[in-house]
Ligand binder design. Structure first.
Ligand SMILES: Cc1ncc(COP(=O)(O)O)c(C=O)c1O
Length: 384
């Protein structure tokens, strides 16, 4: 059975977790700070704040920006629903922008079409692991006085214009789910990188207070300072990541470059082998950025659903990322989505397929997948 993605865990990861289990602090302990510091160093960001998953990272980001019911936030149509749900949690309105046909990344031209007097922020999502056009998006954000947020849940390890993902937008959100570039079981992070360091400082504080019930101090700081009093100054949540998870995340971070290189080599091999198969097109990889290849997405020229089922019969568990968010029944039932239509995202949803990719996938396994695709091209009349 070949899944579309999975974690890569070694003995060092296991030992790092065991070390925390033997220590005094399972949560709010020193390893949380160590992971956050290592992460902000890696991404060249002003700060990094850990949270319990990528959804919480987006939720905390929307809170830090003060998104409220009168606000609109432009989001890509082709993304995981967590991207736009984060806007809804704060009563804001997600406004869907279409994607570019060749990369399936949010199209800055369509973003510009969707900006109104109510727009407060843009969330870009680095689909499959390739960074969006952050230069064009930054120009738009600056022109209209908007915050730029990166949903970078796919792209940790990639770079744009030689700059690492995590330092490209004002707020950058990550997920450490097992299929992602690195894992902590469940987990997430928000990095801050605004031009103005004062704003970066206040956004970082907002993120940290929000993840801790709306309280400034945590259990360990009060323990060290010998105080019991605290004040809850705003409504927050418990979105904390434990030391156990941070230990795994930090151990994984030390191997991230190796993981990324392996994913890039696997993608290059897929692309090389797919050249002989005219029914399948990989997405375009742009030359001014590197790709983290969280997903290996191809477009099937005919009958994607048949290809999906046939691969499954051979033990190849491909996947589809994503149905345009506004097509989900929750969005259809609650909002007037008639003006949300994004034709490129809708067409892509009929054709895309995510093939297995994870560090250590062998050349033979890639060949096995490509041979299965080739058999369907040659053997089965897919348009029937
Ligand atoms: C693009 C995107 N955004 C947000 C999330 C949410 O992350 P998590 O599953 O860690 O909550 C995911 C993960 O599936 C994702 O792929």
């Amino acid at each position: 059975m070949l899944p579309y993605g999975k974690q890569t865990i070694d003995e060092a990861d296991i030992q790092a977790v065991v070390d925390v289990l033997r220590s005094d602090w399972l949560t709010t302990g020193p390893v949380v700070n160590q992971f956050e510091e290592a992460f902000s160093d890696y991404t060249n960001a002003y700060s990094a704040t850990s949270v319990c998953n990528g959804t919480a990272a987006l939720q905390a980001a929307m809170n830090a920006l003060g998104i409220q019911p009168s606000d609109e936030v432009v989001v890509p149509a082709l993304t995981f629903c967590a991207t736009s749900n984060a806007v809804l949690y704060h009563g804001g309105t997600p406004v869907f922008a279409d994607v570019s046909a060749d990369t399936l990344l949010i199209d800055p031209e369509d973003v510009a079409n969707k900006i109104t007097a109510k727009t407060k922020a843009i969330i870009a999502m680095d689909y499959a692991g390739q960074p969006c056009d952050y230069k064009a998006l930054r120009d738009l954000a600056d022109k209209f006085g908007l915050f730029l947020v990166a949903d970078a849940c796919h792209s940790l390890g990639a770079t744009y214009d030689h700059r690492p993902v995590g330092g490209l937008a004002d707020l950058n959100c990550f997920s450490f789910h097992p299929v992602k570039p690195l894992t902590s079981g469940e987990g997430g992070m928000v990095t801050v990188n605004t031009k103005d360091p004062k704003r970066a400082d206040s956004l970082t504080t907002a993120l940290r207070v929000f993840r801790n019930h709306g309280i400034q101090s945590d259990h360990r700081s009060r323990h060290h300072n010998g105080q019991f009093e605290y004040d809850m100054s705003q409504l927050g949540f418990n979105l904390r990541l434990t030391d156990i998870q941070c230990a795994l995340g930090m151990s994984q971070l030390s191997k991230l470059d190796t993981f990324t290189k392996s994913r890039q080599e696997i993608a290059a091999e897929y692309i090389r082998q797919l050249k002989g198969l005219p029914d399948y097109d990989p997405l375009v990889q742009l030359s001014d950025r590197t790709h983290a290849y969280h997903l290996m997405v191809i477009r099937c020229r005919s009958n994607r659903d048949h290809v999906f089922q046939e691969l499954r019969k051979r033990g190849i568990f491909a996947n589809v990322h994503y149905r345009p968010v506004y097509q989900h029944s929750f969005y259809q039932n609650r909002f007037d989505t008639s003006s949300a239509r994004c034709p490129i995202a809708e067409q892509a949803y009929q054709e895309i397929l995510s093939l297995p990719i994870f560090p250590g996938l062998t050349r033979e396994q890639i060949k096995f997948v490509n041979q299965a695709l080739a058999e369907m091209t040659l053997g089965v009349p897919m348009s029937a």
